[in-house]
Design a protein around this ligand. Structure first.
Ligand code: ARG
Length: 460
């Protein structure tokens, strides 16, 4: 049996930690991703220690130089983090000891891995929030472009996945704009709570050393400082909030994905996905599938799972730090990477889709989804809406049984249902007129969509 390396906390024990137990508890394979953040946090901490006279300038310099080299070694692969080192913090500290000897041990003055890992996590999240914001911005830009080029394209709007009323396709794209814009706002709000330094909370109770946590917070670009050391090391609310925000983004994407999948099917035939973003079948030569959209829809499930995992990990944990919290990284990393990559690829996919305008124009021209136009026409002729609705329902039934589409029903037939109907009925039985004549705030009319686009451009 090979001998364990010395663990940071080993001295109190008379037996070496069981190797299987160490293997089980090691998080190196997951948290090695945090090495940049860890080194950044250590450099800030030791800079502060030197400024406060807790370590000498010379010692701080040795530590900072060593940490810089270790960062390069980890990036180049010259140093491979090994599970025996328990976690990435220990990997780095042990390597520093190999490099500069006992002085390495001064880095940990007034710091515990509890505030260290909380700091690393916040730095990581700050980076991921920025990435996600950029990806969302790119997606919103594509949405505005799509809305602009399709402002006057008429599509069916749906409720219950049944054709409901004709709308501007731009209006549809702007609905998604609103959803992803809220996601951006959510992340911006979350960033305020993430951007708070926990460094200086030490294990959980603070330190007798004259630390200057304001200074290390400032060096790390945090906007604020923890106010309670117990909360500083125990709080994982931000992780839950972040995965929740990612879940919301994925939910929005998966709804959009579903529309693209349906609309690109032969049955709907509203939309073409570029060959560069479609997949085929290994057996059926004719197939053209929307796998990217399906994968986005599928990955949404994983992110929801991460949210449930994180809520469950934290449930019932006594204050303050507990080792359970080490399990936060896998769901956090997975959610961040899945959300960022999904938003990015979805923006590209969307750019590579086009609406089949001719087919849509043909389909929307004579469809029953114009029925609401007749009801509102009757209301304009002073018929109470409930009566107008009933009359129109009868007209729809007649259209269905006779096979005569609404715009082709003779005026005499219309008048058998209501004397209020006159030849001007045909003016409103056109999909584009229906869309154009919407008068209300935020409606699907071309003017309303143009206004939404102008406002959206201001926010971008
Ligand atoms: N690997 C640990 C984590 O990620 C670091 C903190 C360890 N603290 C402790 N008291 N064992 O949570």
């Amino acid at each position: 049996m090979s001998k364990n390396k010395e663990l940071l906390w080993q001295s109190r024990f008379s037996l070496p930690f069981d190797r299987d137990a160490l293997h089980y508890s090691s998080s190196v394979h997951v948290d090695k991703k945090l090495y940049h953040e860890d080194i950044k946090g250590s450099i800030a901490h030791v800079t502060m220690l030197a400024e406060e006279g807790i370590v000498s300038r010379d010692e701080a310099e040795q530590i900072i130089t060593g940490l810089g080299e270790i960062e390069e070694e980890l990036t180049s692969g010259a140093l491979l983090p090994h599970w025996e080192d328990e976690d990435i913090h220990t990997v780095i500290e042990n390597r520093l000891k190999e490099k500069i000897g006992a002085t390495a041990g001064k880095l940990h003055s007034g710091r515990s891995r509890n505030d260290q890992v909380a700091t690393d996590t916040r730095l990581y999240m700050r980076g991921q929030i920025n990435e996600l914001q950029e990806a969302l911005h790119a997606l919103l830009t594509v949405l505005v472009e799509k809305a602009e080029t399709n402002c006057e394209t008429i599509i069916f709007g749906y409720t219950h996945l049944q054709r409901a009323q004709p709308i501007s396709a731009g209006h549809y794209y702007m609905a998604y704009f609103n959803m992803f814009n809220r996601d951006r706002q959510r992340l911006a709000d979350l960033l305020k709570r993430v951007n708070i330094s926990p460094l200086g909370a030490a294990a959980f109770a603070g330190s007798t050393l004259p630390l200057n946590p304001q200074r290390s917070a400032e060096l790390l670009g945090f906007e604020d400082l923890f106010s309670n050391s117990i909360d500083a090391v125990s709080d994982r609310d931000i992780v839950i909030e972040f995965i929740s925000a990612c879940s919301m983004i994925m939910m929005h994407l998966s709804r959009f994905a579903e529309d693209l999948i349906l609309w690109s099917s032969y049955e709907f035939g509203y939309l073409e996905i570029s060959d560069a973003f479609a997949t085929g079948s290994s057996l059926m030569p004719q197939k053209k599938n929307a796998d990217i959209a399906e994968l986005v829809r599928g990955k949404t499930g994983r992110v929801y799972g991460n949210l449930m995992a994180m809520l469950t990990i934290m449930k019932g944990l006594p204050l303050s730090y507990n080792r359970d919290m080490q399990e936060d990284k896998q769901p956090l990393f997975d959610s961040a990477e899945t959300a960022v990559s999904s938003v990015r690829i979805f923006g590209k996919l969307l750019e590579n889709t086009s609406l089949k305008k001719e087919r849509l124009a043909k389909l929307t021209a004579e469809d029953l989804s114009l029925a609401t136009e007749i009801a509102e026409y009757l209301v304009r002729k002073q018929i109470p809406f409930r009566d107008a609705h009933r009359i129109t329902g009868k007209i729809v039934t007649w259209s269905l049984t006779s096979g005569v589409t609404l715009p082709n029903i003779p005026v005499e037939t219309f008048r058998e249902f209501s004397e209020a109907i006159e030849p001007d009925i045909y003016d409103c039985l056109k999909a584009d007129v229906s869309v154009k004549s919407k008068k209300t705030h935020g409606s699907c009319s071309f003017d309303s969509v143009a206004l939404q686009i102008r406002e959206a451009k201001k926010t971008l």
